[in-house]
Structures are given as structure tokens and as C-alpha cells.
Design a protein around this ligand. Sequence first.
Ligand SMILES: Nc1ncnc2c1ncn2[C@@H]1O[C@H](COP(=O)(O)OP(=O)(O)OP(=O)(O)O)[C@@H](O)[C@H]1O
Ligand SMILES: [Mg+2]
Length: 325
Amino acid sequence: MSKPLVKVKDLQKHFPVHSGMLGRKTGVVKAVDGVSFEVYEGETLGIVGESGCGKSTTGRLIMRLLDNTGGSIEIDGRKVSELSKQDMRAMRRDIQMVFQDPYASLNPRHTIGKILEEPLIVHGLGNAKERKVKVSEFLKIVGLSDYHINRYPHQFSGGQRQRIGIARALMTNPKLIIADEPVSALDVSIQAQVLNLMQKLQKDLGLTYLFIAHDLGVVRHISNRVGVMYLGRMVELAVSESLYGEPLHPYTQALLASVPVPDPDFTREVKLLDGDIPSASNPPSGCTFHTRCPFKMERCLQEVPQMIEVKQGHSVACHLYDGAQ
Ligand SMILES: Nc1ncnc2c1ncn2[C@@H]1O[C@H](COP(=O)(O)OP(=O)(O)OP(=O)(O)O)[C@@H](O)[C@H]1O
Ligand SMILES: [Mg+2]
């Protein structure tokens, strides 16, 4: 396997919760609570889980849009917390983000040409002429043309706007793209086009993707490996064939059972998820999934299950698999 581009270890982000008239700190939301994983060069790691489980926070921590409360992030073998200002700037070029809602993330008053040129100006890349050539090149790469340069975001369809969001992310020749639900706001027919484009770009440009989605169906074809998060923790991480073929964690099984399947004769063994996701400011004891788990045992209420590799390339954090039932 290729080498890890990103190494995240015991990553934590706790947000303070303030309440009352004086706004005193009354607790914390454990948005990310001890997550470890690696993203290998050239691969796509999918991160999946229900709303509020900490996917976006994980992405923002890697981007350094947020500071972590605990744990460490290494990029290209270097601890991010130890980088000098100058190295940090260079690193920001190497990691770019694509957002769910391209309309909200593209300045409505700027033309597409200006939007795409901006990252080059920010990072001091090229002169005016070189920048213009590059904008035109990247418009083509994402399936648009020079003809679109002087238009504004509202003049494009949702799918085209996401192509522009992708082009903007590519302008600085990044190594890693963190795509936070990049197709969730698009029509199903357009989703496939954008996913295909992202796959082609990955191959052509040698990109590494961290691809966030709330649905296992979306990341299936694009991901080499998939990590499943629940309430700020990683509960299962496996190569795609293994995760989809033999999901181990009851939460993953439930998530998979909620992905629509075209075959009406297909019968499901696992019940869909009961109840809501508990609050991250007051998570259940032990295994935080125990309140919704059909296989709950006594020890699940007390002991936090650790991630263990139960077979090659397949890790799970669940007492059903840690041998001491
Ligand atoms: N800036 C913040 N201040 C306080 N709490 C926050 C902040 N950002 C996120 N949270 C909380 O952290 C938890 C994780 O949020 P996050 O946005 O990472 O989840 P997510 O998995 O991306 O969800 P979604 O699928 O809805 O995008 C949630 O409980 C959220 O309310
Ligand atoms: Mg999110």
C-alpha cells in the first residue's frame, strides 16, 4: 500500500456549551472524541454517519479551520501543530475543501473567472497572464469552458456550480481534497456525473480524497476504504468490499439496511435504526450506541469498546467482537 498522507491519532474536538443569562460554560459537546485513521496517498477514504456525528468537524480539524482539543494530525509525515507559519501556509495549498452547498460557498457578486483566480492570488501563484491560462485550463478540466468566465454563480445549475467548487479547490494543485457531502444537495441524476468527474480527476491528477457523506450508498463506488462514525467516534473502518460485504458493527449494519436497494425480493435481517441519535453533550455511557443496539449486553453500558482489527483491513469497535463476551 502507498504511504499515509494524513495520520490522525486520538483526535478530539470538544466545543464548550454556554447557557443561562451570564453565558457560563455549562458543559461540552464532544463533537470528535478520540478518532484515529490514516488516509493513504491516492486513495479515497469515505467517512459516513448520521447528522451530528462529527464528520464535518473532523474535516475542519484536518484543514486547520478549527484547533483540536486533543490528539494529533500529521500531514506528509509532519505534525501540523509543530509547523511554522510559513510551512502552514504552504500546507494550506496542499489541502483544499469542496463543500456541500456550492451556492453558499461561491461569492455571488464575483464572476467565475474571479472566483477561480482568487486562490492563486491568495497564495501568490503566477502573474496575471499565467493565472488567466490556469483558470481557463481548470474550467475545461471540470467540463465547463471559457464561455463561462464572465458569468456569475446564479447563472449556473447546481451541478455546474459544484463543478466550479471543484475547479476552485484544484487551482492550487492540492494533494488532498476534503469533500464534505459534495453531492448531497444535487439531484440523483447529477450526483453520478459529479462523482464520475471526481473519480476521473483523482486518476488524472493523482489526488487523495477524504469524502464525507451521511449515506453509505453515495460513497460506495468512489471509496477504497470507508470509516463509519457514531457520536464523535469511529466505530468501524474497513476496505470497501469488506465493509459492504460483511458489515460488523450493528450501527453499520443498520445504516446499510437503510440504503435503498433496487431488488424487491431482497429481505433484510437487520431492523432499521430505532430512535434518534443521542445528544453529543450528554452521550450514553460505555458504548454510546447501546441505547439503539439490538445486541446490547451488560458490559456495553459500562465499557467503551476499542477499535480492534478483526481481520486484515477491517477494524471495529464493538464488544461482540472483542473476544471477552
Ligand atoms: N462551532 C460549534 N460549536 C458548538 N458545537 C458545534 C460546533 N460545530 C459543530 N458542533 C456540534 O458538534 C457535533 C458534530 O457536528 P458536525 O457538524 O461535525 O457533524 P456532521 O457529522 O458533519 O453532521 P451533518 O451530517 O449534519 O453535517 C454536533 O453535535 C454539532 O452540533
Ligand atoms: Mg457535516
